[in-house]
Design a protein around this ligand. Structure first.
Ligand code: CTP
Ligand code: MG
Length: 234
């Protein structure tokens, strides 16, 4: 495999970047939208490539943008670019399919979390290396969370207040033993909103490490404003 960073690294990072960014509003696919003059994907890949454990980066790009994405990333880092799929899970599967068999640890990292620092990549990878089959970065939930009865067409009725001390907001990169993520994808029973969800379903323990506020997911227009303000810290 040619597209290598650190040849001694034991980590491949899959970067799903094939979403359209509906919630961000009209424009280019989200991973190609600009933050301080550079596409979100460039910000994300640059930070992943700065993590010393990373040997290989695989980007799942919008099928219509493969050539553009290869050109965009050529000066940033050596990457493999594949076509993503209809759902995030399909994009992750397409990227996973080209990871060399001898890579021990696979991380999955949203291009939309463009400012996630290299230190977070390293801490997730280190926790997998230390023996955990699946590791996710997580932060405490700050809002009070209510459970509601979402009555169609009517007002939502509050059923109760959830104990937020046991809740966590989950980020990426999420890290796995290579064989654990591969097995979860082979089983892939239903759509999951994150990769650890598939692994949990298989009964494999998933552990949390501290997340980073810099790893916020750029989802709505306000998130771009916040990310721009965070750039000097990232
Ligand atoms: N993603 C992907 N393939 C898809 C859908 C999403 O690779 N079919 C990627 C996105 O590019 C993003 C990450 O998964 O980096 C997280 O998804 P999300 O934040 O939901 O991005 P979008 O799907 O692009 O946004 P939206 O849901 O608002 O359309
Ligand atoms: Mg989406």
């Amino acid at each position: 495999m040619t597209a290598q960073l650190n040849a001694d690294g034991d980590v491949a990072v899959l970067v799903p970047a094939a979403g359209s960014g509906v919630r961000l509003g009209p424009g280019a696919p989200k991973a190609l939208r600009l933050l301080a003059g550079e596409p979100l994907l460039v910000h994300a890949v640059r930070r992943v490539a700065a993590a010393p454990s990373v040997r290989t980066i695989v980007v799942a790009a919008p099928a219509a943008e493969l050539a553009a994405v290869r050109e965009l990333l050529a000066p940033v880092a050596p990457v493999i670019v594949v076509a993503g799929g209809a759902e995030r899970q399909d994009s992750v599967a397409a990227a996973l399919a080209v990871v060399p068999a001898d890579v021990a640890i696979v991380l999955v990292h949203d291009a939309a979390r463009a400012l996630a620092p290299p230190e977070l990549v390293e801490s997730v990878a280190a926790a997998v290396r230390s023996g955990h089959p699946a590791v996710i970065p997580a932060l405490p939930v700050v809002d009070t969370i209510k459970e509601v009865d979402p009555a169609p067409g009517g007002s939502e009725i509050v059923l109760g207040t959830v104990d937020r001390t046991v809740l966590r907001g989950v980020q990426t990169p999420q890290g796995f033993r290579h064989e654990v993520l591969a097995a979860a994808h082979r089983a892939a029973p239903a759509a999951h909103t994150d990769d650890a969800g598939m692994v949990e379903k298989a009964g494999i323990p998933v552990v949390c490490v501290p997340g980073s506020e810099l790893a916020l997911k750029i989802t709505r227009p306000l998130d771009l404003v916040i990310a721009e303000a965070l750039l000097p810290l990232a």
